[in-house]
Design a protein around this ligand. Structure first.
Ligand SMILES: Cc1cc2nc3c(=O)[nH]c(=O)nc-3n(C[C@H](O)[C@H](O)[C@H](O)COP(=O)(O)OP(=O)(O)OC[C@H]3O[C@@H](n4cnc5c(N)ncnc54)[C@H](O)[C@@H]3O)c2cc1C
Length: 390
């Protein structure tokens, strides 16, 4: 590891390695510091992503595609299923292989990537930032012109740099997931189970990974996370719906279902991905938005280094790009999430009933969500803006 880099990125998830790729491709010297012993492990993800959300940022390699999704099933509390044929396909990834591939692309472009490199301190001093880290058990330091915090929901680096990363309980969803084998699933349909008994303020997903295997997990709204944990809800759900399943893995993790941070940059500092709460707050999906932010921030950081101007003003080009594009949608999705977490089981049954008799091709997300917000018509405009075309 060198003493100084143009750009030091903390975190080797999709946000960090995408930022590394775009910064390196413009000639910046880049280091990625990842705390875990292996990029992409442990996997704490349902691994779903839309084709569009993927191909905007990386060419598809069939090795890391576990399955293709053409349909979605919404299951009401009483078990009524509404099937929706998606106009765009989706994929279930092998996240471990996918995260590895993103890191390999960045490394091939010239980024240096270090695992077992836990960053625990940061000091900003004039025109440079020093990071303090423990790398394979040894204390060391690295200097950079720009530090990009891509360290996930914990966001320690952004916090150390003085960003307000606090999440209110209602804006963080505790999640639990199991990979189940020996279950009956449609390999091309992702299912969502909606009931406050299964997942209060959230939902249960069953994303197939082949014929008889699926990632089955749930997130519950922090607002309702009382005495029962996400894992306990999941155990009950699996016992009810998949009693014969073998449980291959069990994981837990939190998802920020918030608006993105108001402030994404400082002098020589940028925050991206889960660390910046850049997640779709309605679904909890954050892989694509993490890559989007990585691309924007990596490109802006490299050109700022070239121009020898790493001021917050110069780096705010990233914030402007974010606010003008995905940031706008995330605000709309946040308003919808705030409404959706209060839906009752009766509301879910009403939605399912209203779509009764429609073919999967006739069901659209606009129809589903228009019904969901019918008691709050002011949200219809948000529904139309974010789901038009779906
Ligand atoms: C249960 C669950 C299911 C999910 N399902 C989906 C889904 O189906 N589809 C979807 O799009 N999204 C899903 N998500 C969200 C998605 O996983 C994240 O939004 C995405 O991984 C964000 O990427 P990131 O690079 O910002 O952060 P991360 O992938 O979290 O990467 C951050 C990295 O930083 C490292 N790090 C942290 N602190 C330090 C430090 N101090 N020093 C060095 N390294 C550090 C971590 O080890 C980690 O590797 C899910 C999340 C959970 C919890």
């Amino acid at each position: 590891m060198k003493k100084h880099y143009n750009i030091a990125i903390v975190g080797g998830g999709p946000a960090g390695t995408t930022a590394a790729r775009f910064a390196t491709s413009q000639g910046a010297s880049v280091v990625v510091l990842e705390r875990d012993r292996e990029i992409g492990v442990p996997v704490r993800c349902a691994e779903g992503i839309s084709k569009e959300g993927l191909t905007k940022y990386v060419d598809i390699n069939p090795n890391w595609i576990a399955g293709t999704i053409t349909d979605f099933g919404f299951i009401s509390p009483s078990g009524k299923m509404v099937v929706f044929h998606s106009p765009t396909i989706g994929y279930i990834l092998h996240r471990r292989l996918f995260d590895h591939a993103l890191a390999e692309i960045a490394a091939d472009m010239g980024a240096e990537i270090y695992t077992k490199a836990y960053v625990h301190g940061l000091r900003r001093d004039g025109s440079k930032t020093t990071l303090y880290l423990r790398h394979i058990g040894t204390e060391t330091e690295v200097e950079a012109d720009i530090v990009i915090a891509a360290d996930g929901i914990e966001s320690r680096i952004a916090h150390l740099a003085g960003f307000n990363t606090k999440l209110s309980p209602k804006d963080v969803e505790p999640c639990a997931q199991m990979q189940l084998a020996n279950i009956d699933v449609n390999p091309n349909r992702g299912d969502f189970y909606l009931s406050n008994n299964w997942a209060p303020g959230g939902y249960v997903w069953a994303f197939p990974k082949g014929e008889n295997t699926a990632n089955v997990g749930l997130g519950i709204s922090g607002k309702y996370a009382g005495n029962k944990s996400a894992l306990e809800y999941l155990k009950d759900f699996v016992a009810e719906k998949f009693p014969k399943a073998s449980i291959l893995t069990t994981t837990a993790g939190g998802v920020p279902v918030a608006k993105a941070l108001d402030k994404l940059v400082g002098d020589g500092l940028m925050v991206i991905g889960d660390a910046a709460h850049q997640v779709n707050p309605l679904t909890g999906g954050g892989i694509s938005t993490a890559m989007a932010a990585g691309k924007m921030a990596g490109s802006v950081a490299a050109s700022a280094v070239k121009d020898k101007d790493i001021s917050a003003k110069r780096l705010s080009e990233y914030q402007k790009q974010w606010d003008k594009t995905i940031g706008k949608d995330i605000k709309r999705l946040y308003r919808l999430k705030e409404w959706a977490i209060n839906l009752t089981d009766t509301d879910y049954e009403d939605i399912a009933r209203s779509l009764d008799g429609l073919t999967p091709e006739q069901v659209t997300l606009v129809k589903i969500f228009k019904q969901a917000v019918k008691k709050k018509p002011s949200l219809v405009i948000d529904v139309l803006k974010v789901f038009a075309g779906f």
